[in-house]
Write a new protein. Structure first.
Length: 337
């Protein structure tokens, strides 16, 4: 009788644990990514759905420029012009080859920062807002703290390698979540192509480095980053039906496979209330299928969007006319010294 009681007690405890599982965190041996750290966050609630070393401090490379851009948008008018210093013009690539003495509109610099990831444009914006890049970096760190990104410290506006310049996957998600509340930031970072008019004879076509805009249905905006030390980094937002997710990752060897896998899994897990914690040492790299479950949902709910996207030249022309993700013309106030 006593043994029967123990058996029934064990069965009851097991059933209770199973019933509560949908709201608990669980680990997965079948899903992992190459990134050293990653977070998938629900935009509406701020809830972390997927995490891997979310608070690990790592170099963020050019994902730094999300903070650079949002701070500049908040601090200076887009029609204002900034005079390029020797310091800004000396930045290493990626760059748009600004020359000392050039006077460039803030708007053109923002497009250059968010699409081309131009380090010289980032430094010019920093000096235009903060007087010096060092001062601007202090403002960036202060802004991060105000947002809640307490494990972030900026030394420059570009994300080029520097001691004591770091962030975390969780902090990057918080920073992008804040930035995406600004319509101007969304408008610029979601643009696929833009043309800088650098005077009567000079024009520069910018193509957004964010390949997710082309390869993932529902991708809204984002920022890439890469240095040898940081490896590939990314932070961006995508939507499916009524769910919007932010994905942030640092230290990836397979960035686009990682990002797609994280979003696919995020849209799968989000409705369940579960959270997925990835092991740091799992060796398996998962490449997302190009026909993930959420893509079918998007196809059903956004038929018109998909038709416009697949309509070839007609669809692209319509995109340009609306000015959402087609090519944009940005005037630069440019005087070559």
């Amino acid at each position: 009788m006593f043994m029967k009681y123990l058996y029934l007690l064990a069965v009851g405890l097991a059933m209770a644990a199973f019933i509560s599982l949908p709201h608990a965190a669980f680990a997965s041996d079948e899903f992992n990514i190459s990134a050293r750290a990653a977070v998938v966050m629900d935009v509406a609630t701020g809830r972390v759905i997927i995490s891997k070393n979310p608070d690990l401090r790592l170099p963020p490379a050019s994902t730094t420029k999300v903070m650079t851009a949002i701070l500049a948008i908040e601090k200076i008018q887009p029609a204002a012009s900034v005079k390029v210093s020797r310091h800004a013009s000396s930045m290493s690539p990626s760059k748009i080859n600004l020359r000392a003495g050039d006077e460039i509109s803030v708007d053109a610099l923002l497009y250059s920062v968010l699409l081309k990831s131009a380090n010289d444009a980032a430094a010019a914006l920093a000096e235009g807002v903060g007087g010096t890049e060092d001062n601007f970096a202090r403002l960036m760190t202060e802004k991060a703290r105000a947002i809640g990104a307490v494990n972030t410290h900026f030394v420059n506006a570009s994300g080029l390698p520097a001691d004591n310049h770091y962030s975390t996957a969780y902090d990057l998600a918080l920073i992008l979540r804040y930035a995406m509340q600004n319509p101007r930031f969304v408008e610029i970072s979601s643009t696929k192509f833009a043309t800088l008019n650098m005077g009567e004879k000079e024009k520069m076509l910018l193509r957004n480095h964010n390949r997710l805009l082309w390869m993932y249905d529902g991708a809204v905006a984002g920022k890439t980053g890469y240095t040898v030390a940081a490896k590939h980094c990314y932070v961006g937002e995508a939507g499916c039906n009524n769910t919007r997710l932010i994905v942030a990752m640092l230290g990836s060897n397979n960035p686009w496979s990682d990002v797609r896998a994280l979003l696919d899994k995020g849209f799968e897990v989000a409705p369940t209330g579960k959270t997925l914690e990835l092991e740091d040492n799992a060796p398996v790299v998962v490449q997302a299928s190009s026909h993930g479950r959420h893509r079918k949902a998007i196809k059903a709910s956004r038929g018109k969007h998909r038709k416009a996207k697949s309509a070839g030249k007609k669809g692209r022309a319509r995109s340009k006319k609306k000015g959402t993700r087609g090519e944009r013309q940005i005037a630069c106030v440019s005087s070559k010294g």
